[in-house]
Design a protein around this ligand. Structure first.
Ligand code: NDP
Length: 404
């Protein structure tokens, strides 16, 4: 029986709150805190209606360490689940250190003024977390998150050496809006407008954003144009699996999305550099976020599904081995269950399950800072389907796309 403090009441926070409430044999007491307390209250009311479970709410500015410390001291959680924005990772980790409370998040720290997507800042907390005797679980959403657990399963059960890894991420859903992002628009647009990058033969190869793409065929969906992006889990995966010769990440985008994005980039709306407007400093991307639909509002008429998986090639018992492991998630089913869309669902379920694994002692690497692939994948994957994300695998098949 444990107490958790969830920070962030957006699309993902809504799913985590619902899922923890549905597993009340583990998450006995739940507090949901965020900058705008009315959003926490709305979620708490929805959770009560769907599950019958009461959850507490609180207001917090998670950029402010003393405020966080005061809240943690009041709530006394066993673990903080951080599903606010990447900017808040370090203040929340600092507050966890001060109060000696375990930590989990779904996205790596980002400084506000540069798009970096790297783990260096959080990995630098390793010694401090060890000394404090607490654990940080980094990147426990879907990607990063389940993609790391999938890779860990491949390494543990199907390969002596993994050589080629392609993470393939398709959203074949339709929310009916001209342009909207499926998770926080600021982070999403920062991620896809930065240079593309992949790992090959010990080096990172940089390419122009969206310049490499091809049709990849996804289970139950078919071929979709997929673009090579840099995604943060590549950094930890190539570190933890040094036999990898190449690691890439592909994501689908529709033409209408790309056209909107191009126009917004061309007119400067995606910039993270402040501009002066009527005497004030305004960050164009922050303003753009304010006029775009909230990701948490997209669920109601969202049709179609996501498909995210790992395609791996390497060696087992001296023979070439191929392996594909994936999950497909229906936006509509997610909405029916927790009132959110599939991208929030595929992030929130693993965050709940990672916390559950840790609190039950099934993920026990001792104190320190860990990426998800460093934990035992078996107990997590044994329960992932039960909590809504059924997965499938094909061993030794013909990989559908990418080994040109
Ligand atoms: P949203 O923008 O919908 O929600 C973010 C929430 O964080 C909002 O409730 C917001 O409050 C709150 N917040 C922002 N700043 C602060 C602050 N200073 N103090 C307290 N609360 C704050 O984002 P999502 O739910 O879509 O995403 C949540 C996280 O999940 C992000 O870090 C995102 O990168 C990550 N993610 C990870 C994925 C994965 O697979 N690993 C996939 C998708 C998302 P307010 O309402 O006041 O703005």
């Amino acid at each position: 029986m444990a107490k958790v403090l969830i920070i962030g009441a957006g699309g993902v926070g809504n799913v985590v709150a619902h899922k923890c409430a549905m597993v009340s044999e583990v998450f006995e007491e739940i507090t949901l805190a965020s900058r705008t307390v009315s959003k926490c209250e709305e979620i708490a009311a929805a959770v009560k209606q769907r599950t019958g479970k009461e959850i507490a709410t609180a207001q917090v500015d998670a950029d402010n360490v003393p405020e966080l410390v005061a809240l943690i001291q009041k709530v006394q959680p066993d673990m903080v689940i951080n599903v606010a924005l990447p900017y808040q990772d370090l203040p929340i980790m600092d507050a966890c250190l001060e109060t000696k409370v375990h930590y989990l998040d779904t996205a790596n720290y980002e400084p506000k003024d540069e798009a970096k997507f790297e783990y260096s800042w959080q990995w630098a907390y390793q010694e401090k977390f060890k000394e404090a005797g607490i654990t940080a679980i980094l990147g426990c959403g879907f990607d990063p998150g389940v993609t790391g657990v999938f890779t860990a399963r491949a390494a543990k059960h199907f390969f002596d050496e993994m050589h080629y890894l392609d993470i393939v991420d398709c959203n074949a859903g339709d929310h009916g809006k001209a342009f909207a992002t499926n998770f926080n628009p600021e982070i999403n647009i920062r991620e896809i407008t930065q240079k593309g990058k992949y790992y090959e033969n010990g080096e990172w190869v940089e390419i122009d954003a969206m310049s490499k793409h091809k049709a990849i065929s996804y289970p139950n969906i078919g071929p979709r144009e997929s673009y090579l992006l840099y995604h943060e889990e590549l950094e930890s995966l190539v570190k933890n699996y040094p036999t990898l010769k190449r690691a890439r990440f592909w994501m689908t985008f529709g033409q209408a999305y790309l056209t909107h994005l191009e126009v917004m980039q061309n007119i400067g709306m995606t910039s993270i550099k402040p501009v002066k407007y009527q005497g004030m400093d305004i960050v164009p991307l922050e303003f753009l976020k304010a006029v775009l639909p909230e990701p948490s509002s997209l669920g109601e008429n969202y049709t179609g599904e996501t498909s995210i998986g790992c395609q791996i090639k390497g060696i087992k018992d001296g023979q070439e081995q191929t392996y594909y492991i994936w999950n497909n998630c229906s936006h509509q089913a997610a909405f029916d269950e927790v009132g959110g869309q599939g991208v929030a669902y595929t992030t929130g379920v693993p965050a709940m399950l990672g916390a559950k694994m840790f609190l039950e002692g099934k993920w026990d690497n001792g104190a320190g800072v860990f990426n998800v692939e460093e934990f035992n994948p078996d107990p997590f994957l044994a329960e992932l389907g039960k909590y809504g994300l059924e997965w499938h695998e094909e061993v030794g098949g013909t990989l559908p796309h990418s080994y040109e």
